[in-house]
Design a protein around this ligand. Structure first.
Ligand SMILES: NC(=O)c1ccc[n+]([C@@H]2O[C@H](COP(=O)([O-])OP(=O)(O)OC[C@H]3O[C@@H](n4cnc5c(N)ncnc54)[C@H](O)[C@@H]3O)[C@@H](O)[C@H]2O)c1
Ligand SMILES: [Fe+2]
Length: 462
């Protein structure tokens, strides 16, 4: 007798081989749904409205008027507050006679206490809308402030991802949030994620819900012209890992279970044909513009293209997800010792993009067996010559490609350059283990020993 698994495999093969257009692809999918309730069969793409253009920030005042805004909470950080992007926002608000109050105390790489400070500010106002002008730190802080402003009785951990918090779904209606990114990296302007360092566990975690997504992202490349060298490098590596991780994530058909209600489908769904389009676009953009945008800050074409790539990668990660580089990065950033990078102020900090890229060579050597062809394709899109390379070489080829970029941008020699030694590894593994939401999106499931090995292999990388 033919086994149940054999029947399922047959249906899957038929599905892949048959026409995938909406008109002809139904029958096979229904069969698969009935046969395998444990694996998902669908994915969805959600995204903020994105408006892109040089100088487009001048429209924000009119956007707020169109929303009927009467009292706007503008959030930024202590550095961006005195730069040209902030001036462009306030000029537009003033010109259009929109009332606003500014909160400029966002912490770079925010923590639960800095989130709470911003939430307190929001709760003391009577706001009907929010504008975030800054990098990922500002946009994430503003999303959290909006959420707890709209649900003032919620405990902070209610909405924080499990197992750190309760992971409660958001049911309250949030106020409109317009996000204006000033770095080219996080893509937070299109995602429903808000990331912070939870001081109690020395690791990052976050709040993930589609309601947190800004209603409008104004992508204005003019803002990137003031971005200093190291911010351009580290946020560029954030795009790099977003694109690579969502491209290599577990396919959405392999992730389960099927949600009981479509509203419960997770934010991170695994790789899919649409997020792959964004990832491929980004990898090619990085190949063409990453070096140029770092080495010539006035190269408006390169800086604009990186800005757009960041948003596109954000759409990819916002739906497909990121996995091991990010899961491991959260304790790497959270346990910072004395590392103080140039261009980020005077406090010890491991910028997000730096923390994610440190383990990337080890991670992609590890994941390559899941889909060697896709790993080779990623290396090629980033500029490597893969002719004659075999599937068995895929991990090394992609890792070497990543290392070449890292070396060119003078990234230090692995975790040891950030002050970590082998004695720190158990602590870093302990911080990575609760990041289940991310680790599950890896194309290969990992043991604690695997995580230890990935970190050990990342202590020195060249
Ligand atoms: N929500 C998401 O989807 C998501 C995704 C990835 C990362 N993140 C989070 O985003 C944060 C990192 O954000 P980031 O990399 O955008 O940097 P950032 O917001 O932390 O800013 C880094 C530095 O650059 C400065 N800066 C920002 N824009 C500038 C400009 N135009 N000119 C001059 N200086 C400028 C800031 O003042 C700060 O000193 C981390 O907390 C990370 O965890 C969130
Ligand atoms: Fe990131």
């Amino acid at each position: 007798m033919v086994s149940r698994k054999r029947v399922f495999d047959l249906f899957r093969t038929m599905n892949v081989a048959s026409c995938q257009c909406p008109a002809h692809s139904h029958t096979g999918n229904i069969q698969v749904l009935n046969s395998t309730p444990s694996k998902d069969y669908a994915f969805e793409i959600k995204c903020s409205t994105v408006r892109y253009g040089l100088g487009v920030t001048r429209e924000v005042g009119l956007d707020l008027l169109n929303l009927g805004a009467k009292n706007v909470c503008v959030m930024t950080d202590p550095n961006v507050v005195s730069l040209s992007p902030m001036k462009a926002v306030l000029d537009s608000l003033t010109k259009n006679k929109v009332n606003y109050k500014v909160y400029d105390k966002v912490k770079v790489e925010p923590s639960d206490s800095s989130f709470k400070d911003a939430i307190k500010f929001a709760k003391e106002g009577d706001f009907d809308s929010f504008v975030a002008i800054g990098g990922g730190s500002v946009m994430d802080t503003c999303k959290a402030a909006n959420l707890y402003y709209c649900d003032p009785n919620a405990e902070f951990l209610d909405y924080v991802n499990q197992p750190v918090g309760k992971g409660k779904p958001v049911k309250v209606q949030l106020k409109p949030l317009i996000a204006i990114p000033t770095t080219s990296g996080t893509g937070s302007e299109t995602t429903g994620m808000s990331i912070f360092d939870y001081e109690e566990i020395n690791a990052k975690t976050g709040i993930a819900h589609t309601s947190l997504r800004p209603i409008l992202a104004l992508i204005d490349p003019l803002h990137t012209l003031t971005v200093p060298r190291n911010v351009a490098i580290y946020s560029g590596f954030d795009i790099f890992c977003h694109a690579l991780e969502s491209f290599t994530a577990i396919p959405y058909t392999e992730r389960g279970p099927v949600p009981e209600n479509p509203a419960l489908r997770p934010v991170y769904q695994g790789s899919n044909p649409i997020s792959d389009v964004w990832s491929r676009f980004c990898l090619q953009a990085l190949r063409k513009y990453f070096n140029r945008s770092v080495n010539n800050p006035d190269d408006i074409e390169a800086r604009s293209s990186m800005h757009l790539a960041a948003t596109m990668a954000g759409v990819g990660i916002g739906n497909a997800g990121v996995h091991l580089c990010h899961g491991l990065a959260y304790p790497i950033a959270g346990n910072v010792k004395e590392f103080v990078p140039a261009d980020y102020g005077t406090d010890p900090i491991i910028p997000h993009g730096l923390s994610v890229t440190m383990t990337a060579p080890a991670v992609f050597r590890f994941t390559s067996v899941s889909d060697p062809d896709k790993h080779l394709e990623a290396a090629e899109l980033l500029g490597s010559n893969i002719s004659g390379k075999k599937q068995v070489d895929a991990g090394k080829v992609l890792a070497d490609t990543i290392l070449e970029y890292m070396e060119k941008m003078s990234i230090g020699n692995g975790l040891s350059s950030l002050g970590y030694t082998s004695e720190d590894i158990p602590k870093l593994v302990k911080g990575a283990l609760p990041q289940k939401r991310l680790l599950q999106i890896a194309p290969i499931q990992q043991s604690e020993d695997d995580l230890t090995k990935l970190l050990e292999d990342s202590l020195t990388i060249y």
